[in-house]
Design a protein around this ligand. Structure first.
Ligand code: ADE
Length: 385
């Protein structure tokens, strides 16, 4: 071999890299390899102390990751503590009555997460000896677990070097790379997964994934100006270099939510309140609700809707309007408090319960919380007829 030629090649390689750095055109892979070190050392200094970071028990990691989907860290904390206290392991989650689980989940929203959690726990008990498997592909097969959650569990609990790409990570990566692609498209998510799998820290995958999430949550924030002056990735970030944080990440405009008018009724009979169980599929499936009907109804139409007659009614009072925003629908609610006589039965589908039942037994989604508050503090009681 000609030694001098070999030596020269090596030199050219080096010059190539320096050139790339100078005009900022590192390859995507090279740029992502370079974020590893500053990212991890920043995380070790700046990671929040969060309850699910106290240890790496797969059950805790799994529960926290499911709760953290579409929900803020601060909102998750009390639910995380309560669920772990009541259901400390996979078996207890598999065995708890669904209604009790939904009650523990009450207010956290996206209730199919809770139902899937239990489905998954049952599958783990039946087919995996009550343990979370320590294999990414096996975790991915479980009900309610997608690529993000499987990646988070595999990397954090089992140190398996697979990425966990959520909205935070998509934002950070698209900004570092200066990629204007639509980040809501699955193809961008897959590309990000592929790039990160190649370039992520192989020794500390759990810390690495959480560090990307943490930078996304605390520095490269989802709303408003990113905190580039304190970002560990600032010198490698093309979006910062080009001043494009308003353009990247790109998301197409969202469709407007559908608006629905509803009338919600607090039926009170002998100190008890009427609830209804919702159907087992669709919005808020299997949860309970205050009786309600489509549209903003007049008093007589409300009574007709629930098959009460004039003789059933002791008093009626209109309640303040309230609004609740779901992901795709918005409810604009008007309300009544209707005091019923002791023999009033209505359409036979109402369940009457006292305040204790409302507090401790029946899961009632947040959509009704404005009216639930009125019940709990006994406001809005009707005038006698
Ligand atoms: N969001 C999603 N996963 C998270 C985690 N492990 N820590 C903090 N925020 C998160």
């Amino acid at each position: 071999m000609d030694m001098s030629e070999n030596w020269l090649n090596g030199l050219y390689d080096h010059i190539q890299v320096l050139d790339d750095r100078e005009d900022g055109e590192l390859s995507e892979t090279e740029r992502l390899k370079q974020i590893r070190r500053p990212l991890l050392s920043w995380y070790r200094e700046n990671a929040r102390m969060l309850p699910w970071r106290e240890n790496r028990e797969p059950y805790r990691i799994w529960i926290s990751e499911i709760m953290l989907q579409q929900t803020r860290v601060e909102a998750v904390k009390p639910y995380f503590f309560r669920l772990l206290e009541e259901l400390p392991d996979i078996r207890s989650l598999a065995e708890v009555p669904e209604e009790k689980l939904l009650k523990l989940w009450e207010g956290l929203g996206y209730y199919s997460r809770a139902r899937n959690l239990q489905k998954c726990a049952r599958e783990l008990v039946e087919n995996y000896g009550g343990q979370m498997p320590d294999d990414f592909e096996e975790i991915l097969k479980l009900p309610g677990i997608g690529r993000y959650t499987a990646g988070a569990i595999a990397s954090i609990a089992f140190s398996i070097p697979v990425p966990a790409v959520d909205g935070n990570v998509l934002r950070v990566v698209s900004r570092v790379l200066g990629d204007r692609s639509d980040i809501t498209k699955p193809v961008f998510k897959r590309k990000t997964e592929t790039l990160l799998k190649e370039t992520m820290d192989q020794e500390h995958p759990g810390e690495y994934n959480q560090a990307l999430i943490e930078v996304g949550a605390l520095v490269c924030v989802p709303n408003g100006e990113p905190k580039c002056p304190v970002c560990p990735l600032a010198s490698l970030c093309r979006t910062r270099r080009d001043g494009l944080w308003k353009e990247i990440p790109y998301k197409p405009p969202k469709k407007q939510r559908k608006r629905e008018e509803r009338t919600v009724v607090i039926f009170e009979r002998g100190g008890q309140i009427a609830l209804k169980k919702r159907p087992p599929s669709g919005l808020l499936a299997s949860l309970y609700e205050l009786p309600n009907a489509e549209g903003h109804l007049e008093e007589k139409d409300v009574l007709e809707a629930f098959q009460f007659g004039e003789k059933d009614v002791l008093s009626v009072r209109a309640l303040p309007k309230a609004r609740h925003i779901f992901s795709h629908v918005e409810w604009e609610m008007s309300g009544y408090r209707i005091e019923l006589g002791p023999d009033a039965r209505g359409d036979g589908n109402l369940i009457f319960t006292d305040k204790k039942g409302l507090e401790e037994t029946y899961p009632l989604p947040n959509a009704f919380s404005a009216y639930k508050k009125l019940i709990m503090c006994n406001n809005g009681k009707g005038r006698k007829r």
